[in-house]
Design a protein around this ligand. Sequence first.
Ligand SMILES: NC(=O)c1ccc[n+]([C@@H]2O[C@H](COP(=O)([O-])OP(=O)(O)OC[C@H]3O[C@@H](n4cnc5c(N)ncnc54)[C@H](O)[C@@H]3O)[C@@H](O)[C@H]2O)c1
Length: 284
Amino acid sequence: MEIRNVCVVGCGLMGRQIGMNAAVCGYTVKLQDSFEKARENAITWAEEYLAGRLAKGRMTEEQVADIKSRFAVCESLEEAAKDADLVIEAIIEVEDAKAELFKKLSTIVREDTILTTNSSFMVSSTFAHCVSNPGRLANMHYFNPALVMKLVEIVQGDHTSPETGAVLMEYCRNTGKTPVLMKKELEGFVADTIVKAIVEAAFFLVEKGYCTVEDVDIACQNGLGHKMGPFKTMDLTGVDLAYTIREEHLKKTGEKMIGYDLLKTLYDQGRYGMKSGKGFYDYE
Ligand SMILES: NC(=O)c1ccc[n+]([C@@H]2O[C@H](COP(=O)([O-])OP(=O)(O)OC[C@H]3O[C@@H](n4cnc5c(N)ncnc54)[C@H](O)[C@@H]3O)[C@@H](O)[C@H]2O)c1
């Protein structure tokens, strides 16, 4: 099947860039968001983005006019999705909200319209019961910022037809991305599974006293060629976030994830990372 019309639901950080990426690559794109303010922000953001490309000489006036003619932000889901060949869901990371959306989408789109979720953690089988013909349902996980980052993870569940995976891989390549295909579902997909293993190894080395936080980051940067070591990265994304995830896990399972004690010590001292001036490192 050929993709021409793309609908992106959710105009936030991810959705607007996923939509713009498709429009820049020649697709007709309709974005939708249930919040008026989010729709307004997406329109302003798109205007500014295209004006910036024009000012920098990266696009001509004709190109900008062409993209604008194929890029729209819609108020109603019906209007945005009814002609879509591909829908990319990029709304808040709340299971009930996504499930409700897929149920609605299933009543609007054609039976062969491919339905995808950009969820960071939820596998698409979570929503298989919400749609008719679940063979067309898969994960399509972009990275932030979606206009820049090349990787897209396509994840097929047992319910997903191989044709759906193949069409999505081709769509990604046609939009300048470098996709990977997972033939089985796994929470965390490919990249986050690798990151998780690195973070676990990093905490192991420090907690067992083999080396310091600094040494781990130096090794990752200078030996493995990573842009940033795992502890500096946690300072950037928030020590509080890393701690909260572990605290939630402890409450749910009674099990302490590796890194819990070290993160709790920092958290209790208000060392949340770069945003608070101190984390694993001192930024003051
Ligand atoms: N932020 C990231 O780095 C990142 C990276 C990869 C994947 N994701 C995933 O992408 C999705 C969106 O994340 P984001 O960072 O863009 O969030 P965001 O909060 O910036 O945007 C979400 C948007 O969805 C809208 N929305 C909420 N409920 C809706 C509904 N029922 N119908 C239509 N619109 C609705 C909100 O108004 C908001 O504009 C999440 O599933 C997230 O896990 C995020």
